[in-house]
Write a protein that binds this ligand. Structure first.
Ligand code: SF4
Length: 167
């Protein structure tokens, strides 16, 4: 299991009601949105150079069954929801697979968050995944600092549920 899907360090468990409208607004700004897209594109290029295999089992998006978690920043959740909205009435089941998984496939492949882009269950890929993830997380943190954006690191389904409550 690699740390980006299972890294409980620095997890923020406090509620963020007041932050979601800010993150949604900031993530919609063209400059910020493009910066996030550029980071994801850069990550995709780095991953493709390492040529890992995905067997499209869909297991890694079924967190409880796979016994791991996906952690992301609040800003990333806001960005994903801006690109690929879930209806506000959508109920996030914290025990269920990712709400964007449809018949084993990711329905938001182009806008999936960073942790999903770098994770592969292929044996032997853990070390480079970890290093690459840390490099990219530093860049995400830098983006927050540069634009004075509040940084929080959250479990994916919990963050999505909170964000939808604030729509
Ligand atoms: S966003 Fe896509 S790749 Fe990431 S956990 Fe959800 S379904 Fe899987």
């Amino acid at each position: 299991m690699t740390a980006h899907r299972n890294c409980e360090q620095n997890i923020d468990k406090a509620p963020h009601r007041e932050l979601w409208p800010q993150w949604r607004r900031i993530a919609a700004k063209p400059k910020i949105s493009q910066s996030i897209r550029d980071l994801y594109d850069q990550l995709d290029q780095e991953v493709s150079q390492r040529n890992p295999t995905c067997w499209i089992s869909g297991r890694c998006c079924n967190f409880d069954q796979f016994e791991h978690r996906l952690y992301v920043t609040g800003l990333e959740i806001a960005w994903v929801l801006n690109q690929s909205p879930l209806p506000p009435e959508h109920q996030i089941d914290r025990q269920a697979p990712c709400p964007y998984q449809v018949t084993k496939l990711c329905s938001i492949h182009g806008s999936r968050p960073m942790g999903c882009r770098v994770f592969f269950c292929q044996e032997g890929t853990e070390n480079w995944q970890q290093k690459l993830y840390e490099q990219m997380m530093n860049k995400i943190r830098d983006l927050h600092v540069k634009h004075a954006i509040t940084y929080r690191y959250l479990e994916w389904r919990r963050g999505l549920a909170e964000a939808l409550e604030q729509v």
